[in-house]
Design a protein. Sequence first.
Length: 332
Amino acid sequence: MKSLNIGSIKKSNHLKYSDVKKLSENSNLASEILRIKKDKNAVILAHYYQSPEIQEIADYLGDSLYLAQCASKTNADIIILAGVHFMAETAKIINPSKKILLPDVKAGCSLAESCPPKDFKAFVNNYPDAIVVSYINCAAEIKALSHIVCTSSNAKKVINSIPRSKKIIFAPDKNLGKYLIKETGRKMILWDGACLVHEAFSLEKIITLANKYPSAKFIAHPESTSPILEIANFIGSTSALLNYIQTDSSNSYIVATESGILHQMRKYCPKKTFIPAPVEDESCSCSECGYMKLNTLEKLYKCILNESPEINLNKDLINRSKASIDRMLAIS
Ligand code: 13P
Ligand code: SF4
């Protein structure tokens, strides 16, 4: 993961002057980041939705569960979370003695924003006997109102760990919630939240593309809507999608999740073809998460140099939200 990938910046063999300049700037930044990181005993945790340049300098690269597990185990003094705000908050809750940095403090998440704590508290109070399961993509205050947290890679396991006699509230992602109802056969009360990236995929255009490439398999993240998931050959978290393309015998895939994942897919299987699933609005790059992409190599450099922006939470909130994450880690 230490070297920069020229192919990620431009596919053509004929690099323009501006590309070469960008590469050399990136490579200088990357080596500076690696040097400072070593001096400060810092570690970079990056999500698969980060830009290729950031993925390449990460010490640990993975899905939301893996990043939480890494944050809980690290011996580093500083954790740079190249991901979004809820991931940095989770790292702080799990390992409060560490300094947690997020390259861009505005890197939020539409799912987390779709569940304001005040409204969720009132919602939960309507079902006093229900077990509250929250998807990790939510604010620390929502985790504090939850019995247990889950990610897309352990959600079925978490739901199945709850006695069948218990009522379940699932928040904030209604799409993942509907998928889990189908998979586990459990009735759940769903919060009405969604991820704008996964809601942007167009069923009609995916079908047209699949007809054009009949040997391509269609794979999707469970944050996608039900009609999209119904036609998928495989559904899974980012890490499950990556495992699938490595073990499956097909040579091409239409991929319905944030397009950052394609960097690792192409690295793992350079001979296979990966096509990002089309979105409804062709004028936007909606399959890119605007929040994830707020982090850049330059911001990461400034962040590690200045040890800012730092993510801090008050002790009371850490104490109230920790139990729900610990329960998830214990069964993962
Ligand atoms: P996973 O990487 O855990 O599948 O989550 C996807 C996601 O949307 C993170 O924000
Ligand atoms: Fe949130 Fe969706 Fe972006 Fe993931 S892809 S961080 S769920 S907005």
